[in-house]
Design a protein around this ligand. Structure first.
Ligand SMILES: [Zn+2]
Length: 311
């Protein structure tokens, strides 16, 4: 007996390095999957939640809608037209979730005691102007995603597709977003705050990192926002006059004849009153009623696009 443990003094020979083989996937057949029965209930809960979000229920027009280049849909919103039943807005909901998280992030930083103390204001409610209807005017309000008190800047998060980022890089921010930013600055100025910069941050919805985010930072310019407020009030005055003189069906017919966006409009084709079937007996009355020429003559007065030189 010995405790001697033999030691192999031979030089170790290189061993052929071989990666272990990945295990074979388990032999699963799709036949084993059951028809989902929990999902229907879960989906209904999510969709009901999305459909009852404050943004989905918004009745009055807001800063994010005043700058559209679609005169038809601007008038439809001012008139309170109803959307046809649409699929629940999943993509905007993703944006809402990011907004809510960023709201907490910057609010917590601002409530801390380090270098960001008191710097940020999140979801700051502002009144940007008013719509002076003959019977039903109201103040136009909105929430600024982030106001940077130190830099005197408004910031807006846009959670968007790769295609949108590509378009913005090529042609700049849309008129809708530029006017929304301008209106926020106007609202803050009305509160006595100083605004120097309007920021629109396009964040990719599908990318693996923020490397493809596209930040747009502009000097604050109140003129586009003032133009949009003036245009909305002119349009509202026309609409109230037509309705008082010739009634609601004529007003709807007039709205039906307003020019659509030449670029892209999320609302075009979603209104019940727009549903043209090609069968006149099923089409909404708005498409069949004659509009007096005096009302048609007003249409060219409403500019679809902001022209700085016209101010
Ligand atoms: Zn439209």
């Amino acid at each position: 007996m010995s405790d001697f443990i033999p030691i192999d003094l031979q030089q170790p020979q290189p061993v052929e390095q071989r990666l272990p083989e990945p295990p074979m996937p388990p032999d699963v057949s799709v036949d084993l999957m059951e028809d989902p029965f929990l999902w229907n209930e879960i989906r209904a809960i999510i969709e009901n939640h999305i459909a009852t979000q404050p943004r989905s229920l918004q009745a009055h027009i807001g800063p994010s809608e005043l700058g559209t280049d679609c005169v038809h849909c601007l008038a439809a919103k001012l008139a309170g037209w109803k959307h046809a039943n649409q699929a629940v807005s999943w993509l905007p909901f993703i944006g809402t979730c990011v907004h809510e998280h960023f709201e907490r992030l910057f609010r917590d930083l601002s409530e801390g005691t380090d270098q960001y103390e008191h710097r940020w204001q999140t979801e700051l409610r502002v009144t940007v102007g008013a719509l002076h209807g003959i019977n039903d005017g109201y103040e136009i309000t909105g929430s600024i995603d982030l106001y940077d008190r130190k830099a005197h800047a408004t910031c807006d998060w846009k959670i968007v597709s790769d295609r949108t980022i590509k378009t913005v890089k090529a042609t700049g921010p849309s008129q809708t977003y530029r006017i929304q930013a301008s209106l926020y600055g106007i609202g803050l100025t009305r509160m006595g705050e100083t605004v120097e910069r309007s920021c629109v941050y396009y964040l990719p919805r599908n990318a693996v990192s923020l490397a493809s985010a596209y930040p747009v930072e502009m000097p604050f310019d109140p003129q586009p926002g003032m133009w949009a407020l003036q245009r909305a009030n002119m349009l509202k005055a026309f609409m109230d006059t037509i309705r008082m003189r010739d009634g609601l069906p004529t007003l709807d017919a007039w709205i039906n004849r307003l020019p659509r966006s030449s670029t892209h409009c999320f609302d075009c084709g979603t209104w019940v009153d727009d549903m043209i079937t090609g069968l006149p007996e099923f089409d909404p009355p708005a498409s069949r009623i004659n509009v007096p020429s005096e009302w048609l003559a007003l249409i060219p007065l409403i500019q679809p696009t902001y022209q700085p030189n016209n101010q």
